[in-house]
Design a binder for this molecule. Structure first.
Ligand code: ATP
Length: 293
């Protein structure tokens, strides 16, 4: 028996840093949005309790350090199930890009094994376990549009926005999320109130309103390290793109696309700077137990 599902990437419509917590993490408020861009996860049942992982991206370690493997192991440990799985990850989401690639693979494995192992855990229970793997894992169990608070692991689903086209630019380098937060702690400044304003915009269901309120406190830090990207963002804004922002700690930029002409023009400019991906915003994920077999 096996199950195959899509594990979607995410972007941040906001990333607001509220302060530092006693546990060393930053307290954040973020409006998150899933994308159609996704990795494919296949889990095949094993009766001997062993967990195997394979994946197609040469720069990722497909061993016990991989978040997908750790997700399977943790679920097996905590649930006490005696079954195992062969896990296959087909990556399309760029790595170390600010798109939650590793986190969504972990969430995808939790969703798939919850069903394959007949655990029938609720989404809330899976999210609590997922938070032990990484702050972005709980959101990746929900998809759609959601508010994330705490260190990012507390999820409140929001009314789904209508689907919208996007262009992504992933430059040929990655950044370390920990390093960007470290630099922010030394020199960053927060645009307080951005998430409240975005929540009001999301409630209108209007992407023009959303575009006006895109904001990310980490963007200033990552763009200072990547002046080429800063220039590309400014050029896109000058050319009339209403919504261009860095996702997460970057370095991926996304642009909300309104028409074909804008798409063509921006894709042409961005192609010289890295990998350009056309995608759309995604819808909420199915509830646990309703994954396709
Ligand atoms: P986030 O947006 O959550 O900060 P990211 O998109 O910036 O994450 P990832 O693609 O998750 O970054 O990769 C970050 C690191 O995690 C990389 O060094 C990568 O090798 C490691 N990693 C572990 N498991 C995976 C996985 N399944 N897919 C991709 N990267 C993984």
């Amino acid at each position: 028996m096996e199950i195959t599902l899509l594990a979607p990437a995410k972007i941040n419509l906001t990333l607001e840093i509220k302060g530092r917590r006693p546990d060393g993490y930053h307290e954040v408020a973020m409006v998150m949005q899933s994308l159609e861009l996704a990795d494919t996860i296949t889990c095949r049942l094993r009766s001997d309790g062993k967990i195997f992982l394979e994946g197609n991206h040469p720069e990722v370690a497909w061993n016990e350090t991989n978040l997908a493997w750790r997700a399977a192991w943790l679920l097996q440990e905590v649930s006490g199930v005696k079954l195992g799985a062969e896990i296959l990850v087909e990556k399309r989401i760029p790595v170390a890009a600010g798109l939650a690639g590793g986190s969504t693979d972990a969430a995808g494995v939790l969703r798939a094994l919850n069903q394959l192992w007949n655990l029938n855990w609720s989404r809330e229970k899976l999210a609590e376990l997922g938070a032990r793997l990484g702050s972005d894992v709980p959101f990746c169990l929900y998809g759609g549009t959601a508010l994330a608070t705490g260190r990012g692991e507390q999820i409140q689903p929001l009314p789904a926005l209508p689907q919208h086209s996007l262009l992504l630019l992933k430059p040929p380098y990655g950044v370390s999320t920990a390093e960007i937060y470290g630099l922010y702690a030394r020199m960053g400044r927060s645009q307080q109130g951005q998430t409240e304003r975005m929540l009001a915009a999301v409630r209108t269901g209007n992407w023009q309103e959303v575009a006006r309120h895109l904001a990310n406190d980490l963007e200033q830090i990552t763009l200072a390290l990547a002046p080429d990207l800063k220039e590309l963002k400014e050029a896109a804004c000058r050319a009339g793109c209403p919504g261009v922002l860095m996702s997460g700690s970057g370095p991926t930029l996304f642009a909300l696309i309104n028409d074909e002409a804008q798409d063509q023009e921006l894709a042409q400019r961005w192609q010289e700077a890295g990998q350009v991906i056309r995608t759309k915003t995604g819808l909420p994920l199915p509830l646990p137990g309703e994954e396709q077999m």
